[in-house]
Design a protein around this ligand. Structure first.
Ligand code: ATP
Ligand code: MG
Length: 133
């Protein structure tokens, strides 16, 4: 693994720290300002979900180098209650708290790859990748 850095999400300030980490790594990889904004918005959504629904967890940022292309991987994980109806939450218009980033479907749209793994009573791990082009 070339690079991975994590921020523990315990309080609201940690959401800001996770965003900052994501922005720094995105800059280092050479993402433009628009993609930096997409990435930081996705991180905010995932970190805020951890804070609100799981209580605590972490957001890790990894640099990916694969077959000549590079990318940024966000891993948001927690040991919270899990998400009961994943299909439903992935439908647009489900999100309840009225945020700006449009929740998990928004994260999926903002990133290139999106993978959600959740188990009731065990926790949730979401991985999302943005490729540099
Ligand atoms: N890490 C998590 N652990 C447990 N439940 C979660 C987690 N993330 C999301 N959820 C559940 O999935 C639902 C949908 O999340 P999503 O982020 O799409 O929308 P929202 O948080 O309700 O609203 P918004 O993000 O638009 O303010 C949440 O309402 C919550 O019930
Ligand atoms: Mg949310």
């Amino acid at each position: 693994m070339e690079f991975q850095s994590c921020v523990k999400i315990i309080n609201e300030w940690d959401i800001v720290a996770a965003r900052q980490l994501g922005r720094n790594v995105a800059k280092e990889l050479g993402f433009g300002t628009v993609d930096q904004a997409r990435i930081t918005t996705a991180i905010s959504e995932l970190a805020r979900n951890i804070y609100l629904y799981a209580g605590q967890g972490k957001v890790c940022i990894e640099k990916l180098y694969e077959g000549g292309k590079s990318g940024l991987l966000i891993i948001a994980s927690d040991e919270g209650p899990g998400i009961p109806d994943v299909r439903k939450v992935m439908e647009d218009g489900f999100s309840t708290s009225g945020g700006l980033g449009a929740g998990l479907p928004g994260v999926k749209r903002l990133m290139d790859e999106f993978d959600l793994d959740t188990t009731i009573g065990k926790g949730t791990e979401i991985r999302a990748i943005k490729w540099l082009r």
